[in-house]
Design a protein around this ligand. Structure first.
Ligand code: AHM
Ligand code: MG
Length: 282
């Protein structure tokens, strides 16, 4: 039953991928927005993708709570698994036609829920092609999504053993001294790849090996990204691919959210890099 529901959620998200990709161009403008729950600016595309995903996911019988990064509270749609969505991560990239995507978390428990309850996660990436990366039962699969169906690109995806690229968010002067000196070391070892959408930047790490971070900032120790919608689902995917995800003080999947919209520093990538980062931040 639970596996059926997970499959149905993933099918709905996979089916919507090409539809969202095709419609993004006509939703580039500013949203006629009320207050955004996290204080971020929403564009029309955020609101549009949110409505499509919530609408379709809520029809799945085994789904209980449905929470979106764009909504203050979870929507109760029945009994069953809890689903979290960041409908359009990196939506500020739509204006410049750069990468953005959808992040989904599937939890066997009431929200807010931590890594202990996660039953699967996925992201859809809107790039030159639309791809989807799915993690269930510690196995990661990459698919290409097309209008007439999907095609498996890679099974059992794992992070390359030799790290190649890094992408760190925020401005250098806003970083803590400990993170800034760690970043100096990494700059000498890896090549910069940063596009400003977590889905795109983490996807680079998954393919090339390396490290993504949106670190704690001097004036904002909680960082920018959300634990429930971004940190835990993307952390789960990277760990299922053999890497590590950390909040800087410990495993991302052990950081249980107490507030749906709470933020967290995010560090993920090859295990040895994340281990080193944690030592550097001690
Ligand atoms: P969003 O969900 O409002 O788009 O914000 C999240 C995005 C992440 O995708 C990305 O990692 C981060 O914001 C980039 O922020 P910055 O532009 O400060 O580097
Ligand atoms: Mg977002």
């Amino acid at each position: 039953m639970m596996d059926d529901t997970i499959d149905q959620v993933l099918d709905v998200v996979a089916g919507l991928g090409p539809e969202i990709a095709a419609g993004l161009w006509s939703h580039r403008g500013a949203a006629v927005a009320e207050d955004h729950p996290t204080g971020d600016e929403a564009i029309d595309a955020d609101v549009w993708a949110d409505a499509l995903l919530v609408d379709r996911l809520s029809t799945i019988e085994g789904v209980g709570q449905l929470a979106s990064e764009e909504r203050e509270e979870p929507v109760d749609v029945g009994d069953g698994l809890s689903i979290t969505i960041d409908p359009l991560d990196g939506s500020s990239n739509v204006a410049t036609n750069n990468l953005c995507g959808t992040i989904v978390g599937i939890f066997d428990g009431q929200l807010p829920a931590g890594g202990e309850d996660i039953a699967g996660a996925a992201y859809v990436l809107f790039g030159p092609i639309t791809t989807m990366v799915v993690a269930v039962e510690d196995t990661v699969t990459e698919l290409a999504l097309g209008r007439s169906g999907s095609q498996t690109l890679q099974r059992d995806v794992t992070l390359p053993a030799e790290p190649v690229v890094y992408g760190f968010g925020g401005k250098d002067p806003d970083w803590t001294p400990a993170f800034a000196s760690f970043a100096d070391e990494i700059r000498d070892e890896l090549k910069l790849r940063y596009g400003g959408a977590m889905v795109g930047d983490v996807n680079q790490i998954l393919h090339h090996g390396g490290m993504f971070a949106y670190p704690a900032l001097r004036e904002r120790p909680e960082g920018k990204l959300r634990l429930q919608f971004e940190g835990i689902p993307m952390g789960y995917i990277i760990e299922a691919a053999g890497g590590r995800a950390s909040t800087g003080v410990g495993p991302m999947l052990e950081a249980a959210p107490t507030d749906l919209h709470q933020r967290t520093p995010v560090y993920l990538g090859n295990t040895e890099l994340i281990d080193r980062l944690e030592v550097a931040l001690e």
